[in-house]
Design a protein around this ligand. Sequence first.
Ligand code: 5GP
Length: 191
Amino acid sequence: MKLLKDKILNEGKVIDGKILKVDSFLNHQMDVRLFNEIGKEFRERFSNDVVTKIVTIEASGIGIACMAAEHFGNVPVVFAKKTLGANIVDETYSSDVHSFTKNQCYKVKIAKRFIDNSDKVLIIDDFLANGCAALGLIDIVRQAGAEVVGVGIVIEKGFQPGRKVVEEAGVRVESLAIIEKFDNDRVIFKE
Ligand code: 5GP
């Protein structure tokens, strides 16, 4: 997706040779027009699939998932919570996730009443690195007896095992920009 790749090249910053900072348009300040194009592209990539719900993880996935939802016919978006607020009393599905950026484990949870076995779920997230966040969400959707249609990723770090891990779980991955490597501070895309 050229628009996205240009944005990454112009505004992305490589930190310590392993983290791409894109907080001027994706992770902190948000470029809503770009998000809309990202949502449209996800719809095209999954145009042959029925999607009844989009599942993501707080916080960075939420904006992208909401814009995508509009293109999938205004399906509901459910985001997994990383901590349980005191005001959540519902029964939940949960899964353990190891955070690549923070190097720690946390639980992700979704209230049971928001996914059921009739759902066909598209999982959306901002980055794919080691695949832990995506695997946690796949686990939750499957606990609910729902079908995982696929995983839609904005930026995949192709030199990390995330794609392999998700595909081995039997799930299709669609990434809009795939990074082959960081060459010092430069981003090199695959294809
Ligand atoms: P994974 O679970 O696939 O290892 O990592 C996915 C999560 O880690 C994403 O939801 C994202 O929040 C974060 N992440 C992984 N790599 C990067 C990166 O290079 N830059 C940023 N900004 N976040 C990343």
